[in-house]
Design a protein around this ligand. Structure first.
Ligand code: MSP
Length: 478
């Protein structure tokens, strides 16, 4: 019998109309750490990521390059996959919403279930449509008549749409969020969404006329309408598991969603309402991570402060990039990232911190010990690391590891085993050798703790320890 727990983690599916940036890398990296952690503790983990392709922006971007959306997307999807490979992201599936085989049947099934529940109705809609958001906005959200995020006036549109009875589910969802049936982490985001729901939830437009949305999934039995982002994009989390086409992986549902604060409402109100309407279980949890800003501002092409993840990997290497994002970006708050700070963190904590400890310990071990040190149960991984990870405190989990590195550095500085081994007194020499052995075991324990965060560094440290050799310089000076 298989008693393993299942663990399903999803990243948002990203808009592929621009190159992947550091924010995309960050979200996906958090999912990767969770998936790796769960695999390491023996769970059956499944990690889903992908691209949200049915958007007019893709159609426009492709046109600007003289390409068909399909051609344009091949290239850009390959870039996302390449970035993930370079970042050592261990995803199990990369879903594309334009995939007719994988995604389409489930999106149609979801639509039909909402119809069966009596939750979709046709009505005319007068609204303010922001092309930047690809969404309708309310007057309240505008600043001086402009969308605050895109600085553009939204278009006034009147059109016939299918509407979803979101209002019908508002009080149920409020209750589920408030009583923890649908956990939202951190607490501040839970409060934010509860106050949003309490301020009144209206029904939402779930389709657009085909002329306005030229590329997308046609509404069943109403081909003049195209499904809007809600069914089209959010349903990816289950179509990937076989919903609507055999359900071969549906045992992984419900899963947990990792998202940025910009898509909080969609994941904690719209999506749960759709699931309730479709008679499916609610997500296990929604974790809302922090945002990376640069020089005090949101990264944007116009401001020229976008930090490209490829440049980071090129400059510091894969695991160092993972380290920089996981330790120095706050799990749930905004973090300002600049090249100066990245350099500082790299040098202080990787070159001088971890890298130096490994080099010093293995130098002493290979010089003064006859062979590999036997591992003993007392130098085990730090339980604080797992505890922080269970609470999604990625940066604090890393802090615990670096605290241990600091203690080991201090042990070397205070006990000076490198001097003790040369003493004339046998008991001083023996004591020094014991300290070196302890330090080697410490390295092994640190490597175990690092595994979900910095998988290849972890493997290299373990290999050096077990094979009793000095590893190559893992974090060269920059
Ligand atoms: N396609 C929608 C999501 C649909 S999910 C069913 C979308 N895509 S997106 O390409 O704009 O990506 C948004 C996500 O990227 C955010 O929720 C967040 O996870 C991540 N980030 C984008 N910018 C970010 C930062 N500056 N910092 C951290 N993460 C950020 O919205």
């Amino acid at each position: 019998m298989n008693n393993r727990q299942t663990f399903f983690v999803t990243s948002p599916i990203f808009y592929p109309n621009a190159q992947p940036h550091l924010g995309h890398a960050y979200t996906t990296l958090l999912c990767d750490v969770l998936a790796r952690h769960h695999r390491l503790v023996g769970d059956e983990a499944y990690f889903l990521t992908g691209t949200d392709e049915h958007t007019e922006k893709v159609v426009q971007a492709a046109k600007a390059q003289g390409q068909k959306p399909e051609e344009y997307l091949e290239e850009i999807v390959a870039r996302f996959k390449n970035l993930y490979q370079k970042l050592d992201i261990s995803y199990d599936q990369f879903i594309r919403t334009s995939d007719q085989k994988i995604h389409l049947p489930g999106a149609i099934e979801m639509w039909n279930r909402l119809v069966t529940a009596g939750d979709l109705y046709k009505s005319s809609y007068i609204g303010l449509y922001c092309v930047g958001h690809e969404a309708f906005m309310t007057e309240k959200e505008l600043v001086d008549g402009l969308c605050p995020d895109h600085g553009m006036a939204p278009e006034k549109v009147t059109e016939v749409n299918w509407f979803f009875r979101l209002s019908k589910y508002a009080s149920q969802i409020e209750k589920f969020i408030a009583d923890g049936t649908l956990p939202i982490i951190p607490e501040s985001r839970k409060k934010e969404i509860l106050s949003f729901i309490r301020s009144g939830v209206q029904d939402v437009s779930f389709s657009r006329p085909k002329e306005k949305m030229t590329w997308g999934i046609p509404v069943p039995n109403d081909p003049g309408q195209t499904m809007y982002i809600w069914v089209d994009a959010l349903t990816n989390y289950i179509t990937a598991l076989g919903f609507g086409r055999g359900e071969e992986l549906m045992r992984f549902w419900p899963g947990m969603h990792v998202i940025g604060k910009d898509i909080l409402r969609f994941h904690t109100v719209f999506w749960p309402a759709m699931l309730l309407s479709a008679n499916l279980p609610l997500p296990k949890m929604v974790f809302v991570h922090g945002t990376i800003i640069s020089n005090g501002k949101k990264m944007s092409k116009t401001l020229g402060n976008v930090i490209n993840p490829y440049e980071l990997i090129k400059k510091y290497g894969t695991d160092a990039t993972r380290y920089l994002l996981l330790r120095h970006v706050h799990s749930t708050e905004d973090t300002d990232v600049t090249w100066e700070k990245l350099d500082e963190w790299y040098t202080a904590n990787l070159t001088n911190g971890l890298g130096n400890l490994i080099a010093r310990v293995m130098q002493m071990a290979t010089t003064y010990l006859q062979g590999p040190v036997e591992m003993t149960p007392e130098t085990q991984s730090d339980t604080d690391v797992a505890a922080h990870l269970e609470k999604f405190e990625f940066n604090h989990a890393m802090d615990s590891i670096w605290e241990r590195i600091g203690h080991d550095d201090a042990l070397i500085a205070i006990e000076k085993p490198f001097a003790g081994v040369k003493s004339d007194e046998e008991n001083v020499r023996d004591e020094a050798l014991l300290i070196i052995k302890k330090l080697v075991r410490e390295l092994h324990a640190i490597a175990t703790d690092l595994e979900p965060f910095m998988p290849s560094t972890s493997a290299q440290i373990k290999e050096a320890v077990l094979a009793h050799k000095k590893p190559e310089n893992l974090f060269p000076r920059i």
